[in-house]
Write a protein of this length. Sequence first.
Length: 288
Amino acid sequence: MRILIAGSNGMVGSAVTRHMISQGHAVGRLVRKEPGAGEVRWDPEAGTINAAGLEGFDGVVQVASMPWPMRWTAKSKKQMYDNRIRTNRLLAESLAGCKLKPRVLVCASGMGFYPSSGDQVITENSPGGTSFLANLQRDGEAATTPASAAGIRVVHLRIPPVLAKAGIQRGTSWMGGGSQWMSWIGRDELASIVLHVLGTEALVGPVNPVSPNPVRNADFAAITARVLGRKTGPALPALFLRLLLGEMADEFALASRRIEPRRLLDSGYQFRFPELEDALRHELAAES
């Protein structure tokens, strides 16, 4: 396949790019700088894109995102929202206008679409939340409507926390009571999932790219500490997290989302690293 990737230099996008190339696929990159060979320039803030450069790709992967601040203010939330909507809409509208349209657009969304649900199992058919984060993900997904209306298969990956070396090093303390469920995915596993989704015609709409084995937060901390050869770190009280992170504490650190990858499993995807300890060890070895 000939695949165009937006966000190819990011934490997720770099792994996706590397995996695509290793599997023999031709990769093009959407970039904001002056384009080189195999690159197509765009500027979502200005609303511009080299439309001619989009012609003829088999699939497009959109995993570009602005860095999120640790604390959300009214200003930063507007920036996050505008960035997501603007980026997705520009790409969807531009692809819809192509003469040689891609067959599929795979677009990053997030597990924050779902509300915190305690022990309840969440699937792609579960209802969305009403928080800022849920609305951000919902409206970001809706911004791709021009692509689907033009006959392009659109898949929304509701991505959980992604295991990568820098984040793993900080994962040895549990948060709040530690009983909340954590859904997760390894970075290389996510890259494999993206390729599977690109080639699986039956997958349309939301897909949960999560391990089939979520764990409770305290277990996540204990397993991570064991893999790193450390003691489990001190517990971080909910009050402290709310003072430190504000709204983000309840959206992420203290939220309980027990998500199931039902559509992936039904489509025949076989996880390479379904267990947390194996996934952690793989990711640490891959980046060493």
